[in-house]
Design a protein around this ligand. Structure first.
Ligand code: SF4
Ligand code: SF4
Length: 371
C-alpha cells in the first residue's frame, strides 16, 4: 500500500506579495527560467495521469499546493484539479489536500472550497501587526495584516483546518514573549515557525536567523510553553511536536530532523520535478511529470545523487550528545541556522541543552499513556 505526497506549484513563483525575505524568489531567480507561469490545463492533466498511473486501489496521496502563491492560478484551476483527480482515483484511492498561502486572495469561495474538500491550510502570518506588515507587504507596498486576521477569524467560524506559519526573522526572534502573547490572544492552536534562511549562495542578510537567535528564541518559547501543558489544551508548536514524536516513538515527522534528506516530488508549473523545495534549481532537475511517471522520477539520477550527497558535518557535531537524534539536521538549516562559525556554537544544541530534560520527561509520559 503506497502513501505518496506530491508538492505542486500551480502558479510557479508568481506572487501578489513582496515579502522582503522570500526564499522562493531567491531560489527561482537562480534558475534559467525563474517562473513558468500558471500550469496549463494540458500540463495538469498529463501530470495527474502520470501520478495516478502508479497508484492502485488502497493507496493514498496527498497533494500539497505551494508557490509562489498558489491562489494566483485561480479558484477554477483547483476545482478542475479536484474533479480530474477524483475521476482518476476512482473509489479506491484516497486523496488529501494541503494548501500553503499568503491569504491575500482568500474569500468566502476559497474558504468554502477548503472546507468542502477538507484542505489543511497553512496561512502565513508573522505575528502582531507591526511584525507582519514590516516584512509582508502586498505588491503595492500596503500592509496585509488586517485582511489576514479577518481570514483567520472566518476560518475559525467555518471550521476550516489550518495552521499558522510564522517566518522567524532574526529581528522577530528577539521577541518570543510578544509572539507568544499574540498567538495566545488570537487563540491560535497550531503554529509552525519557519526559520528565515540566508540565500542559497550563502551570503548573509539582515533577515536570516542566526544560530544564537535560534537558541535564545526557542529556549524562551519552550519556557513559556512548557508550564501551559498542565492547563488544558496546549498550543501545538511544530518543532516541539516533531522532537516529541522522535523521542517518544522514533518517528520522523519533519524532513531532515535526523540529518537525512528524504527527497520529495516537487512539481513546478511546467511539470518539472525537483527533489526538495529548497533546491528547485536547474542543477537538481529530476525530470518532467508530463513525460515521466513518479517511479522513474524517484529512480532518476538527480534524485539518487541528491539522496547520496555526502553529509558535511560541522565541527560542532563531533562531540555533540544529540548527534544520534539530530545528525546535523536538514542540510539547508545546518550551515545557516544551526551551526555558527563562531566558537563552535550550535543553536540547536544550545536549545536542546536547555529543553532536553523536560522533553525527555514529556516523551516518557507520552509513551506511557500510549500503551
Ligand atoms: S534539504 Fe532539508 S528539506 Fe530538503 S530533502 Fe534534505 S533534509 Fe529534507
Ligand atoms: S552540534 Fe548541533 S547540528 Fe550538530 S548534531 Fe549537535 S545539535 Fe545537531
Amino acid at each position: 500500500m503506497k502513501n505518496l505526497s506530491v508538492m505542486i506549484k500551480p502558479a510557479s513563483s508568481l506572487c501578489n506579495m513582496r515579502c522582503k525575505y522570500c526564499f522562493y524568489a531567491d531560489i527561482s531567480s537562480i534558475r534559467e527560467q525563474p517562473s513558468y507561469g500558471v500550469m496549463t490545463s494540458e500540463t495538469r492533466k498529463k501530470v495527474l495521469s502520470n501520478i495516478f498511473s502508479q497508484l492502485d486501489s488502497g493507496d493514498s496521496i496527498t497533494f500539497a499546493f505551494q508557490g509562489g502563491e498558489p491562489t494566483m492560478a485561480g479558484i477554477g484551476w483547483f476545482r478542475q484539479f479536484i474533479q480530474e483527480a477524483r475521476q482518476l482515483a476512482g473509489d479506491g484511492i484516497q486523496i488529501s489536500y494541503a494548501f500553503q498561502t499568503n491569504g491575500l486572495l482568500l474569500d468566502d469561495d476559497w474558504l468554502n472550497l477548503f472546507k468542502e474538500h477538507h484542505f489543511l491550510v497553512g496561512l502565513s502570518l508573522d505575528g502582531p501587526k507591526d511584525f507582519h506588515d514590516r516584512n509582508r507587504p502586498d505588491a503595492h507596498g500596503n500592509g496585509t495584516f488586517a485582511h489576514l486576521l479577518d481570514i483567520k477569524k472566518k476560518m475559525d467560524r467555518l471550521h476550516v483546518s489550518y495552521n499558522i506559519l510564522t517566518v522567524l526573522t532574526n529581528a522577530a526572534a528577539r521577541h518570543p514573549q510578544k509572539l507568544w502573547n499574540f498567538l495566545n490572544e488570537q487563540q491560535i492552536a497550531w503554529v509552525q515557525f519557519v526559520p528565515c534562511l540566508a540565500p542559497l549562495d550563502g551570503e548573509q542578510n539582515v533577515y536570516a536567523l542566526t544560530p544564537e537567535r535560534y537558541a535564545s528564541f526557542y529556549t524562551a518559547l519552550f519556557d513559556l510553553w512548557y508550564p501551559t501543558l498542565t492547563q488544558g489544551r496546549p498550543m501545538s508548536i511544530k518543532l516541539f511536536d516533531d522532537l516529541l514524536a522522535l523521542l517518544a516513538f522514533g518517528q520522523e515527522t519533519a524532513c531532515g530532523i535526523t540529518g537525512h534528506c528524504h527527497p520529495q516530488i516537487v512539481v513546478e508549473a511546467n511539470g518539472n520535478v525537483y527533489p526538495c523545495d529548497f533546491y528547485a534549481v536547474d542543477e537538481w532537475l529530476s525530470g518532467n511529470l508530463q513525460e515521466d511517471n513518479i517511479r522513474t522520477l524517484y529512480d532518476s539520477s538527480a534524485h539518487a545523487s541528491f539522496r547520496s550527497r555526502p553529509r558535511t558535518m560541522p565541527e560542532q557535531c563531533g562531540d555533540c550528545p544529540y548527534a544520534s537524534i539530530c545528525g546535523g539536521g536538514c542540510p539547508r538549516m545546518r550551515s545557516s541556522v544551526f551551526c555558527s562559525s563562531r566558537d563552535g556554537f550550535c543553536g540547536h544544541r544550545a536549545f536542546l541543552d536547555a529543553a532536553m530534560p523536560r522533553l525527555s520527561r514529556l516523551a516518557a509520559e507520552i509513551r506511557r499513556r500510549s500503551v
